[in-house]
Design a protein around this ligand. Structure first.
Ligand code: FAD
Length: 607
């Protein structure tokens, strides 16, 4: 291709997601000649942002998008929180009657792309995958051939895996938070029309809202360590269905069973760089957060607007860092407070509930921060300290005795330690911004310790799913729900009736006892016991405490030994995978005194 054949633009925007489209519209309205390149026009049909805070809704109206036809009549009024302790719902409307917007993600993006068709200053180049980004030049493949354009400014609006970000040499390592599972339900009703319902009490929060076509979207936040491939449907329906408000439960359970859902991974990347004057990052390419606080598009649209209004890159990036810091920390902090079950988080959560219920100024401040309208860091820190003080006061006034005081002291210490890591992380981030560096590993590590639930450390999310000890869990709300469920199941005569599930550990111990006391099973019983082992085996060949249990080393080892004593060979299909499981857990051998030798006198171990 000759150099003179390369079309020239003022700006080349990579990515026609919501932020890329808004960016193209606002730059074009300022008179810039814009090329907008999109690799996969169907990328917007995934599970992604649908709730827009009032500033984002206003911006869409300002650029001429007819948002009112995209969203339900009454929508985006605010949030209603359904607390995990079963107490009354808490309404959090946006202050001063302002309204946000709820819109199906694909519909929003297609409306933005349609709006561009009338923009003479925008060339929308679809099916154009950008492969190389250099100064003032973008090379992309389209229809099987390689093409290029030149632009004074290249804007990376290409999402979390941004090629523009990579071209600037910045780290692309994801910081994974959790998974989001999105289910769409039809013919159901939400109790608070127009509100986003935040339901707490499950393994992760649930975010629910109505869409324009009358359907209801349910987004479940599922922690990584609870995302197991085995019995996922039962786990999801047992852990979340009972919490859902209105008449959502049956439709939700059915959708899970027919696997009618979408899944996305929630990632975090605080904004630390906006690139450089000729190559700017906006939207998720610049930074992204846990979606529960729904700030992604509002901040991304803010990036786009500020870029169109600012002639000077330094001023643009300084202004944006000022604007994003508070919503960014709220996105992390609020998720931590709502989702975590460590004692200090539960204490803060209760104090936050109390503040929201009792104090309209506190409610309004939360909503202004959430809407990305309150940008003052001192005011936010004041709000945080107020919450901590309220939490401490609540505990001290209800505490009696040394144990309670000790609990308060431990909680205070845990909060102080988290605050310490948070401040260190913030310092590292500020240093990185000042020096124009990419985020340092240290900042990441410190923030991980401050937000220990929101940002699991890398090693944690890489570990296979299994039960983990949670430090100082507060089981009071789970206990309350369990008690209510038991009372509900109790028969009129005071008894309970239900199916008895025999744990394989008991069968194994029964077989072991018979062996030790020298009363071997007759062939019929031996066969039935082995069949019971076969039936209670989990999918991976190990044994657990019950059919829904995770693999259990203790139970598997007992069944393995019992089966060996009943004459099953180590390479028999019944136990061969259990043997591998035991070895993978680091067990090298099983002691074989005389009383645990097989009927032929062989030792059971080494494994
Ligand atoms: C489950 C979930 C729920 C969310 N909920 C909310 C919410 O309620 N409210 C909210 O505000 N935010 C929410 N978010 C975040 C929100 O979806 C994002 O902030 C938003 O989509 C970012 O828009 P973007 O245009 O920056 O990037 P994207 O939406 O990721 O768009 C990037 C575009 O760039 C294109 N692209 C990528 N690479 C190339 C390339 N090499 N060449 C050409 N094109 C390329 C992609 O195909 C894509 O179309 C949620 C996110 C998730 C995952």
């Amino acid at each position: 291709m000759s150099a003179c054949a390369v079309p020239e633009y003022d700006a080349a925007i990579i990515g026609a997601g919501p932020v890329g489209c808004v960016c193209a519209l606002v730059l074009a309205r300022k008179g810039a000649k814009v090329a907008l390149l999109e690799a996969n026009p169907r990328a917007s049909e995934r599970l992604a942002g649908e709730w827009l805070h009032p500033p984002a809704a206003k911006l869409l109206r300002d650029v001429g998008i007819d948002v009112d036809t995209l969203s339900p009549d009454k929508s985006g009024i605010g949030f209603v929180v359904l607390p995990d302790d079963g107490s009354d719902p808490i309404l959090l409307p946006y202050p001063d009657g302002s309204r946000g917007l709820v819109c199906d993600h694909a519909l929003l993006v297609s409306s933005l792309r349609e709006a561009m068709e009338n923009e003479v200053n925008v060339d929308f180049i679809s099916h154009a995958r950008v492969n190389v980004v250099e100064d003032e030049r973008v090379t992309f493949s389209k229809d099987g051939s390689e093409r290029a354009i030149s632009a004074a400014r290249i804007v990376g609006a290409d999402g979390r895996a941004s090629i523009v970000r990579r071209s600037l040499g910045h780290s692309m390592k994801p910081m994974l938070c959790s998974r989001m599972l999105g289910v769409t339900l039809h013919d159901v009703n939400l109790p608070f029309e127009g509100y986003g319902h935040v339901v707490l009490g499950g393994p992760g929060p649930v975010f629910i809202y109505g869409l324009a076509d009358g359907s209801v979207r349910v987004n479940l936040d599922v922690p990584f360590d609870r995302w197991t491939s085995r019995d996922r449907t039962s786990f999801l329906s047992e852990s979340y269905a009972g919490l859902l408000p209105g008449d959502l439960e049956p439709a939700f359970v059915e959708a899970l069973h027919v696997k009618r859902f979408h899944v996305a991974v929630n990632q975090l990347r605080p904004r630390v760089t906006y690139g450089k004057p000729g190559r700017v990052l906006v939207g998720d390419a610049a930074g992204h957060y846990h979606p529960m606080t729904a700030v992604g598009m509002t901040l991304g649209f803010g990036d786009a607007l500020a870029l169109s209004e600012s002639k000077d890159f330094q001023r643009f990036s300084a202004e944006r860092f000022r604007a994003v810091r508070v919503p960014e920390f709220l996105a992390m902090g609020l998720y931590e407070v709502l989702a975590d079950y460590r004692t200090e988080s539960v204490m803060l959560r209760k104090a936050v509930y109390q503040g929201w219920r009792a104090n309209s100024a506190y409610r309004d401040r939360t909503m202004r921060i959430l809407a990305c309208e309150e940008l003052s860091m001192p005011a936010t820190i004041f709000s945080f300290c107020e919450t901590v003080a309220r939490a401490m006061y609540r505990e001290t006034t209800s505490a009696i005795g040394r144990v309670a005081w000790r609990r308060i002291w431990m909680t205070f210490r845990a909060l102080a330690v988290r605050l310490w890591w948070f401040l260190l992380g913030v310092r590292q981030l500020r240093g990185a911004i000042r020096e124009g560096r990419e985020e340092s590993a240290k900042a990441r590590e410190h923030l991980t310790r401050a937000f220990s639930y929101s940002i699991p450390s890398r090693t944690e999310w890489e570990r296979p799913a299994r039960a983990r000890d949670v430090e100082s869990p507060d089981a009071s709300s789970a206990l309350g729900r369990a008690a209510r469920c038991l009372v509900h199941l109790q028969r009129e005569d005071g008894a309970w009736e239900g199916e008895m599930v025999w744990c394989p550990m008991l069968t194994a111990q029964y077989a072991l006892l018979h062996h030790i006391i020298g009363q071997p099973f007759d062939p019929g019983r031996r066969r039935r016991v082995l069949r019971s082992f076969e039936r209670t085996r989990l999918q991976d060949g190990s044994w657990g405490l019950h059919e829904h249990s995770l693999p259990h080393l203790f139970v598997t080892a007992l069944v393995y030994v019992a089966a060996r004593l009943l004459g099953v060979a180590p390479d028999d299909p019944l136990i061969v995978r259990a043997r591998r499981f035991i070895q993978a857990e680091g067990i090298l051998g099983i002691p074989s005194p005389d009383y645990v030798r097989s009927s032929s006198g062989e030792p059971v171990g080494p494994i």
